[in-house]
Design a protein around this ligand. Structure first.
Ligand code: TEU
Ligand code: CA
Length: 543
C-alpha cells in the first residue's frame, strides 16, 4: 500500500458490506466478516479497500440513505470494530477509503425529522430544499422534475410544502447553501480522517449544489443540460456548469473547503469523485484544490471491441495527462451489471436455480481486467469480480433495490451484482453465513467460491492474484506506447517493458517477442486466442 504515496497507481477493492461476509450469523455481511476474510484481501494484494456505506440506515437505497454520518449501523458493527478494521487492514498494508453521501441524507436523519416538525419557514427547513407547490392550493409539485430512480423529484409533507429529492423520497437533498450543512460535513470528514481513513469516495459528487431561484424551469430545459446521465443534448440556457441541479461550477467551492481539511493531514487524505459528467468537465474535479481524482466511468458502458475500448482509453489518458491527474478505471461496481455478464450481452443462464451463464462473458471479463490492470492509473475492483462472478438473474420479488419497482427509473435494478459472495463450496450459504443471506445466492455458486478457486492455477482468483503481484513489480509512472498489431488488437507497452496485448477478435494471433508473464487464457501453440489478454516482458521502452 504505502509505496504509492500519491495513490496514482493503486488497486482499490470495493466492499459492499452487507454482501461481503457475515461475521455473526444473521445473514447480513458486517465488519466482523471483513476481519474474518482479511487474508483474502491480503493474498489478493490490493492497496486499499473502499467501503460502501456502513452508516446507520433504513436501507431504502442500500445504505446510501444515511441516518447518522458519524456512526456504524449496529447491524454491521460498532465504531470500535471499524477502528479494528482500519488497524488490521493497515497492518496488512491496506488503506481504508469510505463513501461520503453528501447530496442527501435519509428521511430519518435527526435534522430532517426536525425540519418536518418545525414547519414552514423554520430555520430547520433551510437545511433541506423545501418549497411551496404550484396550483391554487399548492397541490402540484414546485416543478415537473423527475427523480433519477423514478417518480417525481418532490414529495409533499403534512403541512403542504414539498421537499426535493433527486433520488428516492427517503433521500431528501441537502441545501448546500446552508453554512450549518457545510460545517457539519467538514466535521464528518475530520471525524473519519482522525480515525485513520486514507481517502473518500464522494457519492453523486456532481449533484450537491443547486440554484433553485424561482420560477423553476420546466424539466425539458433542465434535461438538456444532462447529456451524460440521461442523454440530453447539452448546451442551452442550463448547459456548461449552469444547470440548476447538476455539475454546477459552484460545487467546486464545496470541494475547495474539503481539500483544505484533507491537506491538513499527513499524508493528505485523498478523494475520488463519482461524477457522471462530460469528459471535458472532469478536470474541475481533479484540480489540486478540488477532490483530485474522478472515476472514469466510461468502461462501465463500453461494449466489447478493440475500437470501443481503444477510444475510451486513449481519450481518458489524454485527458488525465492534460489535467495532471491520474486515471481511475472501473469495470464493475455496485450500480451496474457485473462485467462478466455485461461484456457478452444476451448470454442465457444466471438464474438462481439454473446454471451459470455460458458464452464468452467470463473470458472477456478476464481479458478486460488484465487490460485495465496494465494501464497507468488507479484500478477499482468490485468484490466478487476476482471470482469471475456473473450478474445473478434475481426474480423481481426478492429485489431490494428501490429502482426495481419503478418502470420510469433511468437505472435498471442493481440487485444482481449485490448477491452475497460465495466463500466455501458447500450449499446452502456457501460460507457467507450460516443463515439465509439477505439476498438469495444461486444454487451454482459453490463452483465459483473462493475456496474452490484458491488452489486452481487456472481459476479467475489465481489470475487476479498473479496479475496484482506482477503489477506491483512492474507498475511505473509513465505513458503507454501503443503498438499497432492489427484492427482487432489493443496492445501497448509501459516504460518498464511490460507489454499488454488484448485480442478482441475470435482468431488466435501471434504475440510480439518477449517472455509471457501471464495470460487470461491458455495460449494455443503460442498464439493468443480471441477474448484473451497476454502480458509480456519485452525490451524496455524509452520514457
Ligand atoms: O450513484 C449516483 C448516481 O448518479 C446513480 O444514479 C448512477 O448514475 C447509477 O446508479 C448508475 O447506474 C450513487 C451510488 O453509487 C448509488 O448506489 C446510489 O443509489 C446513489 O448515488 C444515491 O446515493
Ligand atoms: Ca451479520
Amino acid at each position: 500500500g504505502h509505496e504509492d504515496a500519491d495513490r496514482r497507481e493503486a488497486v482499490v477493492y470495493q466492499v459492499y458490506p452487507r454482501s461481503f461476509a457475515d461475521g455473526n450469523g444473521d445473514g447480513i455481511g458486517d465488519l466482523r466478516g471483513v476481519l474474518h476474510r482479511l487474508d483474502h484481501l491480503a493474498e489478493l494484494g490490493v492497496d486499499a479497500v473502499w467501503f460502501s456505506p456502513f452508516y446507520p440506515s433504513a436501507l431504502s437505497d442500500g445504505g446510501y440513505d444515511v441516518d447518522d454520518y458519524r456512526d456504524v449501523d449496529p447491524v454491521l458493527g460498532t465504531l470500535d470494530e471499524f477502528d479494528e478494521v482500519v488497524r488490521c487492514l493497515g497492518d496488512a498494508g491496506i488503506e481504508v477509503v469510505i463513501d461520503i453521501v453528501a447530496n442527501h441524507s435519509s428521511d430519518r436523519h435527526p435534522w430532517f425529522t426536525e425540519a418536518l416538525a418545525a414547519g414552514r419557514g423554520s430555520r430547520a427547513r433551510e437545511r433541506y430544499v423545501f418549497r411551496d407547490g404550484r396550483g391554487e392550493h399548492g397541490e402540484l409539485p414546485p416543478s415537473d422534475w423527475p427523480a433519477f430512480f423514478g417518480g417525481p423529484a418532490w414529495t409533499r409533507v403534512a403541512d403542504g410544502q414539498w421537499y426535493l429529492h433527486l433520488f428516492t423520497p427517503h433521500q431528501p437533498d441537502w441545501n448546500w447553501s446552508d453554512p450549518e450543512v457545510r460545517a457539519d460535513f467538514l466535521h464528518t470528514l475530520r471525524f473519519w480522517a482522525d480515525r485513520g481513513v486514507a481517502g473518500f469516495r464522494v457519492d453523486a459528487a456532481m449533484c450537491l449544489t443547486k440554484d433553485l431561484t424561482e420560477p423553476l424551469p420546466p424539466w425539458d430545459e433542465v434535461y438538456a443540460g444532462f447529456p451524460v446521465l440521461v442523454g440530453g443534448e447539452g448546451g442551452g440556457r442550463f448547459g456548461e456548469g449552469r444547470n440548476p441541479l447538476y455539475d454546477r461550477d459552484d460545487v467546486q467551492d464545496v470541494y475547495a473547503e474539503w481539500r483544505e481539511v484533507f491537506d491538513r493531514y499527513d499524508p493528505p487524505r485523498f478523494a475520488v469523485a463519482e461524477a457522471w459528467v462530460d469528459p471535458h468537465r472532469r478536470a474541475r474535479y481533479t484540480s489540486p484544490d478540488s477532490l483530485g481524482q474522478v472515476f472514469s466511468l466510461d468502461l462501465l458502458m463500453t461494449p466489447w471491441g478493440a475500437q470501443e475500448f481503444g477510444e475510451v482509453i486513449r481519450r481518458t489518458l489524454d485527458q488525465v495527462e492534460a489535467d495532471g491527474s491520474a486515471a481511475t478505471w472501473v469495470l464493475s461496481n455496485h450500480d451496474v451489471p457485473r462485467h462478466a455478464t455485461r461484456l457478452a450481452p444476451g448470454t442465457p443462464g444466471g438464474a438462481l436455480d439454473g446454471v451459470p451463464p455460458g458464452g464468452p462473458g467470463l473470458d472477456r471479463a478476464r481479458a478486460a481486467t488484465l487490460l485495465m490492470l496494465a494501464l497507468p492509473g488507479n484500478a477499482y475492483l468490485y468484490q466478487g469480480e476476482e471470482l469471475g462472478l456473473p450478474e445473478v438473474a434475481l426474480p423481481r420479488e426478492v429485489g431490494q433495490d428501490p429502482v426495481a419497482g419503478n418502470d420510469d427509473s433511468v437505472v435498471p435494478s442493481r440487485d444482481g451484482c449485490r448477491v452475497p459472495l460465495p466463500w466455501e463450496e458447500h450449499p446452502p450459504f456457501f460460507g457467507f453465513s450460516d443463515h439465509a443471506a439477505h439476498l438469495p445466492q444461486p444454487a451454482w455458486f459453490g463452483e465459483l467460491s473462493a475456496a474452490a478457486q484458491a488452489n486452481d492455477p487456472s481459476s479467475t482468483l489465481s489470475l487476479y492474484r498473479q496479475a496484482l503481484r506482477i503489477r506491483r513489480e512492474l507498475r511505473t509512472a509513465g505513458p503507454v506506447t501503443w503498438l499497432e498489431l492489427g484492427p482487432e488488437l489493443l496492445a501497448f507497452a509501459r516504460p518498464s517493458g511490460w507489454t499488454s496485448v488484448t485480442n478482441f477478435g475470435d482468431t488466435p494471433v501471434e504475440l510480439p517477442a518477449g517472455e509471457v508473464l501471464l495470460s487470461s487464457q491458455p495460449l494455443r501453440d503460442g498464439l493468443l486466442p480471441g477474448d484473451g489478454t497476454a502480458w509480456l516482458r519485452g525490451p524496455s521502452v524509452p520514457r
